[in-house]
Structures are given as structure tokens and as C-alpha cells.
Design a protein around this ligand. Structure first.
Ligand code: ADP
Ligand code: MG
Length: 696
């Protein structure tokens, strides 16, 4: 018997090929299909008589096939299927291209619906490639004559196949129980879940569609809010190490820095230090534009924790970044005799002594002989061989990995076996989430924002460069090198590919190294290099032995080469705004003027608008707002990387009203029922949600 858990492959008439195509869309079982929502609809709801049709109008007609045959087009030898359709008011021609099977499918005499646009060209008035649907029975049409759903798909899987299969699963929808409390539904005028799920696929009319969307968006946002609030509450009940503020040490540290902290840095550091003094775990996000100086703020927290005789773990998304943090932070803390370890896939050292093995470091961490360990994901890797246990872990810092979240922290806590004490948690990101959004959606996080740059930084001059000006740009590059500066050249791909014309780092490297700048040291960096080679290249660039570094986006996060003054981005339209912004942030880190040249050969207006937004935006937060406008669908600025918002399929971050509404509802509910004891279904729902998120 078919149920919600039935696999697609076990459905009647579904073959292996189709199954694997659905799998690509993330659809494996019946319930996945039900929750696979259309992203738009063709409005074929106007059913007209043939003689009422206007040219240019999109509509549906109902008639009988009077004539149908295939022919070949003379030039391209394409199949053309021509048909004549008749209703009681007249006849109309329809043509389809490259679908010769239609002539068999729609035999003469068949009753059909045809939906499409009526066009007039030299061939006369006709429907071109209309959707069609034979009328067999009384059942409602799903491909024509109504609001017809269009699903996200790959080229191999047709809309018709998806619609057909979804329609097949409809009897299963009523097995889905509506978990939203009746009182909330009534109060907010929400329709039943079953009805909403039916209507989202095959809406009876526009107003039903609106209600269905409203209900399904409410579902997603409400669960998210409830989860946030619930977690925050849970967190406040967990024990954490109290870290006393060592005022004189912090003052001494700040006084010996080669620069003055900005007020925003001081404020953020103060917020963090105060959190650390509490007996429940901090959960704070430190947001600040690229180059705003988050590292030193983190170091002030680290200093405090270590002086309180506790351990710190710092995780970076890449080896390069981990290594760089290791150097910078060791440098910043060199007044103290702290034991600082670097532990990544390929590197293991304590205080720059590298004759120590990975296992020895792990032992030292467990024996409390390491104060700070800096690494990548390997720090929490779960394989038995390298499982890391801490003696007294009090603070976990995650850099540039937005929402690297709860699960990772949970793993780290389990590492502190003796105490079962939850470490304080600080996540740092240059991804600017608009504040309003952060406050409504990321409710479980406290927020510190560094909204000003260190004094003396100059804005990076950003220009879109036309193909004809490329040589001028190269001349400019030369003049920068003559001034002692260094250059980044970023390409979308590592190797040349058959994707026509897209620049690859290796071929661009060859071109620049051999043809254009044979007299200048050019380097190549990308993710496929061996870690040791990567490190060597970065080191040479850092030492100004390489002047031009051709790279992929591996340099996107965090790499700090203050002497670089020019960032050139090839085929810029292939990068997201968030990425471009991060890339540009690699320059402008010292007091000389820096530049970002954006190359594109696209003259698509949308592309131009997007790139222009980068040129004009004053700061990351402004750009984030723009990005929200450009993109909408659940994929605001950088959040895709987190997987966090993958639970949002239909809700948009721009659904501000529902976001606020659901937040209020979740708060009220938890006020009445703090542990969700009276709402077991909801409780298991958010626990499930956690699991789904954390699998990413
Ligand atoms: P991000 O916020 O992108 O992580 P970093 O912490 O890497 O930025 O800091 C960028 C650079 O700015 C570093 O070279 C750092 O030493 C320097 N820096 C940090 N704070 C200040 C300050 N208040 N004044 C001047 N330079 C600073
Ligand atoms: Mg940083």
C-alpha cells in the first residue's frame, strides 16, 4: 500500500531513470513530492471560445482535433507538428516543434484542452507550443485550464511528469496531520494544512493560492522562530564556566597594540567579556565588515579565558585561514607564555614547534597542556582516531562560518567529558545580515556589530572594466607593482573547461605569466593544490616574492595580505554579490589607496545592475539589502552557505510581516507552555527540524 514513506521507485509505472532524476531534485519518497512546491504558475485559467481569442492573449481553449500531422522544416530539419482544432465557434491552428510523438498522442477526433499564447506571424494566427491535455473523464485538468504549476526541475524531467506524479500522491495528503494548534489557526485565519498542500500544487483560483501560501509560509517561519526561542531558553539552563574579567591584563594588552581600537571594537569586546562572566553559555554573533578587525576582539576574549585557566578552540573554514590565525594570534599574544596549537588535516604544531605529532597534540589538549587550539573542521571530526577531548574547554570561536552552529557546539561539549559544561560560543562573520532580519530570525543569537572601520582606511575604488579597456587595466597593474604593491587576479574556475569562454585560473596564469607580464613574478593558487604547495604560494605572496597572484575563490575568506592594492575579478557575473564583496575585501587593508576591477563581458541588464550595486554600496549591510531585492527566494546574501535556511522552501526573508507575526505567536505559546509539554507534536516537530538542519 502506498503511504507517505513509500519510495518513488516503488510507485506504479516509475522506472529507474525517472527515480534517479527525482533523486537529483531531492525527491525520494511520496512525502517529498507533496512538499515539493511549484515556484510559479502559468495562468491558463481563462477558458475561451476560439472566436473570442485576441492576438497576444494567453488562454485555454477546449476543442476537438480535426487534423494533425508532422512535417520537417526545410532548413533545420526540425519536426513540426501542425494541428487544426475546432470548437463550436471556429477553428484554430496550433504548432509544436520537435515533439513528433504528439501526432500519435493527439489523434484526430480527440477532445483536448490547449493552453498558450495566441501569436500572429507570417504563417498566420496560431498557438505555438501550447500545453495540451486530453479530456478523458470528469477529473480536473492539471496541465491546462487553470493555474498550472511550474516546478523547479532539471532539463530531463518534464513539468508534465512532475505534475502527473504529484497528482498521483494526492490521496496521501490527508494522512499528514495538521500540527498547528486550532486556536492559532483560527486566530490568524489560516487554512488547514491538507487543503493548503493541495492548493499549493493545483490551486482552484488565485485567492485559494494566496491562502495556501500564507499557511505554508507561516508553518516554516513559525517552526523556525519556535526553535530559536526554545533553544535560547534551553541554553540558559545549561551550566558554563564563569570567566572573570581580568581588567588589568586586558588593559595592558590593549595598550601594547600597534593601533588604537575603534569604539565599535571596544563595545563588542565589552559585550563578549560580560557574557563570559555569566554562568550560562554565551551565544553571540560578531558581525563586522571585512577588515573591521574582528580578530583582535576575539583575542581579547581568548586572553581572558586563558588567564582564567581555561581552554579555547578556534575554528576556521580553511587551512590557509587557520594557519594565518595561528600566526597572527600567536604574535598578538607573544607577551604571554600560552601554549597555542595549530591542528588541521595536514598541520600540527605547538608554538611553532612542529616536531610534535597530531596524537601528541590531542593528548596535550586532553591533559590541559594546550591553552588555545586553532584548526579547521578536524577539531570536531568524529572519527575515533582523531576525536579530540578537552580538559577545560570554556570558549569556542568559529570564524567566517556563519551559523556553524549548534550541532558542532554540541560535539565540542561532549568532548569535555568530565564536566559536561557547555562552552561559551562566539561566531564571527563578515556576512552582513540586515539588522532587522537578524533580530527577528536569529533570535537565539545575541549580536555584536563592528560597524566602523579602523581609522585611515580608504574606500576601495571599484570599477567595472569593459573588454576594450583591458590593456589599460594591465598598464595600471604595472604602475601599482612599480609602487611596490601586489595584485590579486580571481577566476571562476580552476581548469579550462568546455564552458565557453569562462576564465580559468590555470590558463589565466599561463597567459599573464608568459605573455603579458613575463618580467613579473606571477603565482597560482587554487583548491586542488597540495596543502604544502598552497602554503608555499601564500607565504611567497605574503613575503612579496610573488607580485601577481592568480587564484580561485580560495582566497575569498579571510586571507590577509595588507600590501595588496588591486583586486581584479574575471567573469565577475559568475560570482554572487556576497562573494564579490568578500573578494574585494582582500584589498584596502592598509593606508594606501586600493582598487577593485570587475571584468565582465556580459551586457545583460540584470548582471549590470548587480555589479553596479557592488560599486555603489557604502557597506556590507547596504549591499545585503540590495541583494535581498535582487534575489528574494530564501537565499539572502550568503545564507545558503549555512544550510540554516534550507528549511525555508516557500517563505522568503522578505516576508517581514509573517516573520513578525510568527515570532509573536511563538513567544506567546512558550509563555503559556514553556516546555511544550502540552504541545508534544510541535515539540517533536522542532526537534526534527534540528536534525534536518544539522545533517547539512
Ligand atoms: P576581519 O574583521 O576581516 O577579520 P582582521 O581582524 O583580520 O579583520 O583585521 C584586519 C586588519 O586590520 C589586521 O591587519 C589588523 O591588525 C588590523 N586592525 C584591526 N583593528 C585595527 C584598528 N583598530 N586600527 C588599525 N588596524 C586594525
Ligand atoms: Mg577575519
Amino acid at each position: 500500500m502506498v503511504g507517505l514513506e513509500t519510495l518513488i521507485k516503488d510507485l506504479h509505472r516509475i522506472g529507474k531513470v525517472t527515480t534517479s532524476r527525482f533523486k537529483k531534485l531531492g525527491v525520494n519518497k511520496v512525502s517529498d513530492l507533496i512538499f515539493y512546491y511549484p515556484f510559479r504558475y502559468d495562468d491558463f485559467s481563462q477558458i475561451k471560445k476560439i472566436n473570442q481569442l485576441q492576438i497576444g492573449e494567453t488562454a485555454t481553449i477546449k476543442g476537438q482535433i480535426e487534423l494533425i500531422h508532422n512535417k520537417r522544416s526545410p532548413v533545420k530539419h526540425m519536426y513540426i507538428t501542425e494541428a487544426l482544432i475546432k470548437d463550436e465557434t471556429g477553428t484554430l491552428k496550433a504548432v509544436w516543434f520537435n515533439q513528433p510523438f504528439l501526432a500519435k498522442n493527439l489523434s484526430i477526433g480527440s477532445e483536448v484542452y490547449l493552453s498558450g499564447r495566441l501569436d500572429e506571424d507570417w504563417q498566420g494566427i496560431q498557438l505555438i507550443n501550447p500545453s495540451y491535455e486530453k479530456i478523458y473523464t470528469q477529473s480536473k485538468q492539471i496541465h491546462t485550464a487553470g493555474l498550472v504549476p511550474i516546478y523547479p526541475t532539471t532539463s530531463k524531467l518534464t513539468q508534465k511528469q512532475i505534475r502527473f506524479l504529484i497528482k498521483l500522491t494526492f490521496p496521501q495528503i490527508k494522512k499528514i496531520s495538521d500540527w498547528l494548534p486550532e486556536s492559532i489557526k483560527n486566530q490568524h485565519n489560516l487554512i488547514d494544512l491538507n487543503l493548503a498542500l493541495e492548493q499549493i500544487h493545483f490551486p482552484s483560483d488565485k485567492s485559494s493560492l494566496i491562502k495556501a501560501r500564507q499557511r505554508l509560509k507561516f508553518n516554516e517561519l513559525f517552526l523556525l522562530q519556535l526553535e530559536n526561542l526554545f533553544n535560547k531558553k534551553k541554553l540558559h539552563c545549561q551550566p558554563a564556566y564563569k570567566i572573570k574579567f581580568d581588567q588589568s591584563a586586558v588593559q595592558k594588552f590593549v595598550a601594547q597594540l600597534p593601533f588604537k581600537l575603534t569604539p565599535a571594537q571596544k563595545k563588542s569586546a565589552w559585550e563578549i567579556i560580560q557574557d563570559l562572566e555569566k554562568n550560562y553559555p554565551m551565544n553571540r554573533l560578531l558581525e563586522g565588515d571585512v577588515g573591521s578587525g574582528k580578530t583582535v576582539v576575539a583575542v581579547m576574549a581568548i586572553l581572558n579565558v586563558i588567564l582564567n585557566q581555561h581552554q579555547v578552540a578556534l575554528m576556521a573554514p580553511t587551512e590557509i585561514l587557520a594557519q594565518q590565525h595561528f600566526k597572527t594570534i600567536s604574535q598578538l599574544l607573544n607577551l604571554y607564555n600560552f601554549k597555542i596549537a595549530l591542528l588541521t588535516h595536514t598541520q600540527h604544531q605547538v608554538n611553532f614547534k612542529s616536531e610534535i605529532t597530531r596524537n601528541q597534540i590531542i593528548k596535550k589538549i586532553k591533559a590541559d597542556q594546550v591553552d588555545l587550539v586553532i584548526g579547521t573542521h578536524t577539531l570536531i571530526s568524529n572519527t575515533l582516531k582523531s576525536k579530540i577531548e578537552f580538559a577545560k574547554l570554556a570558549l569556542v570561536i568559529i570564524d567566517e562560518q556563519h551559523r556553524f552552529g549548534v550541532e558542532q557546539r554540541a560535539k565540542l561539549i561532549q568532548s569535555d567529558l568530565k564536566q559536561k559544561v557547555m562552552p561559551h560560543f562566539l561566531s564571527m562573520t563578515a556576512t552582513p545580515i540586515p539588522r532587522s532580519l537578524a533580530l527577528t530570525l536569529y533570535d537565539d543569537l545575541d549580536l555584536s556589530i563592528i560597524n566602523q572601520m579602523p581609522a585611515g582606511r580608504k574606500e576601495v575604488i571599484t570599477r567595472i572594466v569593459m573588454p576594450k579597456d583591458r590593456m589599460k587595466a594591465y598598464q595600471f597593474l604595472r604602475s601599482q607593482i612599480a609602487n611596490g604593491r601586489q595584485i590579486f587576479v580571481i577566476c571562476p574556475l580552476i581548469d579550462p573547461s568546455d564552458k565557453l569562454g569562462v576564465k580559468s585560473a590555470t590558463s589565466e596564469y599561463q597567459k599573464l605569466n608568459q605573455e603579458i607580464f613575463p618580467d613579473i613574478a606571477v603565482g597560482l593558487l587554487h583548491g586542488k593544490l597540495k596543502p604544502a604547495d598552497k602554503e608555499r604560494v601564500v607565504q611567497q605572496f605574503l613575503e612579496n616574492k610573488i607580485k601577481i597572484l592568480v587564484s580561485t575563490t580560495v582566497v575569498e575568506v579571510g586571507v590577509d595580505i595588507p600590501n595588496a592594492s588591486l583586486m581584479m575579478i574575471e567573469d565577475a557575473e559568475r560570482f554572487g554579490l556576497a562573494q564579490l564583496y568578500q573578494l574585494r575585501g582582500r584589498v584596502g587593508r592598509a593606508d594606501f589607496q586600493s582598487y577593485c576591477f570587475i571584468f565582465t563581458e556580459s551586457d545583460n541588464t540584470k548582471v549590470r545592475q548587480r555589479l553596479k550595486a557592488l560599486v555603489e554600496a557604502k557597506n556590507g549591510f547596504e549591499l545585503a539589502e540590495k541583494d535581498l531585492e535582487f534575489r528574494g527566494p530564501g537565499e539572502i546574501y550568503g545564507t545558503q552557505q549555512s544550510g540554516y535556511l534550507n528549511s525555508l522552501k516557500i517563505a522568503r526573508l522578505s516576508d517581514v510581516q509573517i516573520i513578525q507575526q510568527t515570532k509573536q505567536v511563538a513567544q506567546d505559546l512558550l509563555k503559556d507552555d514553556p516546555n511544550l509539554n502540552y504541545h508534544p507534536e510541535l515539540k517533536s516537530k522542532i526537534e526534527n527540524l534540528e536534525k534536518v538542519i544539522h545533517l547539512e
